[in-house]
Design a protein around this ligand. Structure first.
Ligand code: 13P
Length: 251
């Protein structure tokens, strides 16, 4: 079933003590509200086990920001999907534009990561989105279609149904330049059509598609009001419990 979701992506921020403190603050704040959406925090690997120990995962989901494209072995510095699952986390962000841009993650690599994550019962939060040049030269629908087709369309309908998608226009990430609610809706509707063409209307209608990119308490309500926008993947504003909660309560 399609759900409304607000997920935080902490990226490479917070020390362990700061991260555990932030997680506790969000966990505590959630006790006082009747959230109309699922709430998830995705933290650095180093924080996962400690955060898992202090939050109520019935109210606040926990995820990693990445996992390796191998299951185990001589891959110094990598963290596998089974390792992530063993911390108590149940989500994993895959294909974030920062991973694609700075660490050379291709659709082929991401396809492997998605399969490894699903094998551990981790829910991938799979990111797609165009860069500024592609927005400006009008190829953005094709770019996003290709990202979905290449990395995800070998999945069975059942497995595809386990994914959360996040549309993050790269030009809106950390720039303060949000896509307008209409730009977000236009792309989300396109994504849902791409899914429907491959897997049918039911799978498409049940898929949660989040918007990410300079989402804040001040703009979340308008963006989330759009019919094909099912929530947000939040970077900077997720690093402060009050502003994150301001987005959670936009639903
Ligand atoms: P900002 O909210 O900081 O723009 O980051 C969005 C993002 O990349 C979430 O994954």
């Amino acid at each position: 079933m399609r759900k409304n979701i607000v997920a935080g992506n902490w990226k490479m921020n917070t020390t362990l003590a700061e991260g555990v403190g932030l997680a506790k603050d969000v966990n505590e704040a959630l006790k006082g509200v009747d959230a109309k959406c699922d709430v998830i925090i995705c933290t650095p690997f180093t924080h996962l086990a400690s955060v898992a120990a202090v939050i109520d995962q019935k109210k606040l989901g926990l995820g990693a920001e990445n996992c390796a494209d191998h299951i185990k072995g001589a891959y110094t510095g990598e963290v596998s999907a089974p390792m992530v699952a063993s911390t108590g986390a149940t989500y994993v962000i895959l294909g974030h534009s920062e991973r694609r841009q700075y660490y050379g993650e291709t659709s082929e690599i991401l396809k492997t990561k998605v399969n490894l994550a699903l094998a551990e019962n981790l829910t991938p939060i799979f990111c797609i989105g165009e860069v500024l040049e592609e927005r400006e030269n009008g190829t953005y629908f094709d770019v996003v279609t290709k990202q979905i087709q290449e990395a995800l369309f070998d999945l069975s309908a059942e497995d595809f149904g386990k994914l959360i998608l996040a549309y993050e226009p790269v030009w809106a990430i950390g720039t303060g330049k949000t896509a307008t609610a209409d730009q977000a809706e236009e792309m989300h509707a396109h994504i849902r059509k791409v899914i429907a063409d491959k897997y049918g209307k039911e799978v498409a209608d049940n898929c949660s598609i989040l918007y990410g990119g300079s989402c804040k308490p001040t703009n979340a309500k308008e963006i989330f009001s759009k019919p094909d926008v099912d929530g947000g993947l939040i970077g900077g504003a997720a690093l402060d419990a009050a502003s994150f909660m301001g987005i959670v309560t936009a639903f």
